[in-house]
Every structure is written in C-alpha cells, then in structure tokens.
Design a protein around this ligand. Structure first.
Ligand SMILES: Nc1ncnc2c1ncn2[C@@H]1O[C@H](COP(=O)(O)OP(=O)(O)OP(=O)(O)O)[C@@H](O)[C@H]1O
Length: 277
C-alpha cells in the first residue's frame, strides 16, 4: 500500500504523458508487424531476452555469456532482416496526417467510375479464368517497379485492363500499376515475398502481390488463372475468394479520405469474423 501511495504521489503529468506516448507507439508497432514475418522474429528476440535475463539471475554464466553476445549480434541482424519492415514503418510515419495533408482522393464521379471499371475488368477476367495482377499505388511511390514494365499512362477502363491480360499478348505477363484513375504501366516485375508461411497453393503471381504489399502501402488485386478466384494483398496479408461486391466495397473504401481508413484486410477479416459468429 505504501508502495502505491509513494508511486502515485511521485507521479507527474509528464510521466503520464510519457507512458501514454510509449503505449501508443508500441500499440502502433504491434499493429504494423501483426501477421507479418516480423511478428515471429519479435517473439524470438523477446524469448532470447527473457532467457538471457533468467540465465543471469540463475548465474548460468556460460549460457548467459552466449545469449548476451547473441543479443548484441542480433541487433545488427535485426536491422538487416527487418529492413523492409523498418522501411515500411518509417514510410508509415511519413504518411501520417502530421506530415501529409490527406490520402490520395479521387473525387465523386471519377472515383466510382474508376472503381467500377476495375471491378468489371476483374469480374470478366475471373469468369474467363484469365490471370491478372493489378497494383493500386497509394502513398508509397512505385516508380522503381513502373520502370521494369511498359509505360501506358492511360485512363483506367475495363476494356483496356482486360486487353492487357489477354494471354499471349505482349503485356499480359507481369503486373499493371494503377495510380488514382490512370494505368501507369503494364508488364511490371514485382518483388516476390520471402514469407515461407504462406499457403503452398499460391504461386508466383500471388507471391509477387504479397511481395509488393510488404514493401509498400499498395493494394494488389490478383485474379487466378487456375481458379478465376479474386484475391487482394495488402500489408503482407492476403484475402482470397472475394466476390465483386466485396471488391467494390474495398476499393471504394480505399479511395476514401484517410480519416475513414484502416487496413482493408483487417476490416475484411473483422467482417468475416463477425459473419462467422
Ligand atoms: N515477380 C512477378 N512480378 C509480376 N508478375 C509476376 C511475377 N511472377 C509471376 N508473375 C505473373 O504470374 C504468372 C505466373 O503465375 P503462377 O501460375 O506461377 O502463379 P499463381 O499464383 O499460381 O497464379 P494462378 O492462380 O493465376 O496460376 C506469370 O506468368 C506472370 O504473369
């Protein structure tokens, strides 16, 4: 009791602010790494830290020495292994409302037209089982990826999108990059995910979509050539077997101002979980 009394009597407003900021930062960090490979790595490092402390307390000197040194080397290893996550984290900070006015916004009619054209193209490609990969660029610039393909700079239309992915045509292989209501490029090469835990059924098209979603805030739409299934990848996660209506809702939400946004995968999963209850 005495302990709590002295704790609260010494507590300053600055301490409370300090605690709130640290808690908020850790919460954001946790949300950022949730369900990415960084989550497992973080758990591993945390376990190592606990073992090191316990071995120190139990005076297991050799184990303690190994673990302490492993932790030192680990810090450098973390910087290398976590490089995409660190980059994403810093980009996330840069994207926050503090630094940017608002998320890309396509206004009114243009927004719904773009969404309708993309959804129509995906539905048609899905029916015909034509494989497709469409990346919607957001705040993170994808010019490095655009450079690997063929520049188009044309208004989004379902006919143009369908045409691009027709098998055995010059631009069908690779990804289309869309920014706002423009198709920037086609036949672009995306980095593949290094995540080993993803479903083995998923081939390189899906892995490429996941890869770019780990390295940017983009949202990718995948149409499977094999099954015609429509999926989306965002933030290192994939949501599969979407119907046109759900895809339309997700895209409409995506083009909304930042205030009303949260990761679509998270939103979609939450809806799914509520549906299952
Ligand atoms: N790194 C990449 N960047 C962009 N597109 C890629 C990349 N790797 C593969 N693709 C596209 O994916 C196609 C191969 O898809 P694959 O069959 O391996 O994948 P999948 O995930 O099983 O998809 P599907 O269900 O359509 O078969 C390639 O022809 C190419 O168009």
């Amino acid at each position: 009791m005495q302990f709590f009394k002295s704790l609260f009597s010494n507590l300053r407003i600055a301490d409370i602010i300090d605690i709130i900021i640290v808690a908020a930062v850790f919460y954001k960090l946790f949300k950022l790494i949730r369900e990415t490979r960084a989550e497992q790595l973080t758990k591993g490092i945390f376990a190592l830290f606990i073992f090191a402390k316990v071995s120190g307390l139990l005076k297991l000197y050799t184990i303690n020495w190994i673990l302490e040194n492993a932790m030192t080397v680990g810090v450098i290893a973390i910087l290398i292994v976590f490089q995409p996550e660190l980059r994403r984290g810093l980009e996330y900070i840069g994207r926050s409302r503090f630094f940017t006015k608002s998320f890309l916004e396509i206004k009114g009619e243009s927004l719904s037209r773009t969404v309708d054209e993309i959804v129509e193209a995906c539905a048609s490609l899905s029916r015909q089982k034509i494989g497709a990969l469409i990346v919607l660029e957001r705040q993170t610039g994808l010019n490095e990826v655009v450079e690997t393909g063929t520049k188009i700079n044309g208004q989004v239309s379902s006919n143009l999108l369908i045409n691009i992915f027709i098998p055995n045509t010059p631009l069908h292989d690779g990804a289309v990059i869309i920014k706002e209501d423009m198709i920037k490029a086609a036949a672009c090469f995306l980095p593949l995910t290094e995540n080993m835990n993803i479903n083995k059924e998923l081939g390189t098209r899906h892995r490429a979509a996941l890869g770019i979603s780990e390295r940017s805030d983009s949202l990718s739409i995948i149409v499977s050539e094999e099954t015609g299934a429509i999926s989306i990848a965002e933030n290192g996660a994939i949501a599969r077997h979407l119907d046109s209506q759900t895809l339309k809702q997700i895209l409409t939400d995506m083009y909304k101002p930042k205030d009303s946004q949260e990761a679509f995968i998270i939103k979609w999963r939450r809806k799914d979980e509520q549906g299952e209850e």
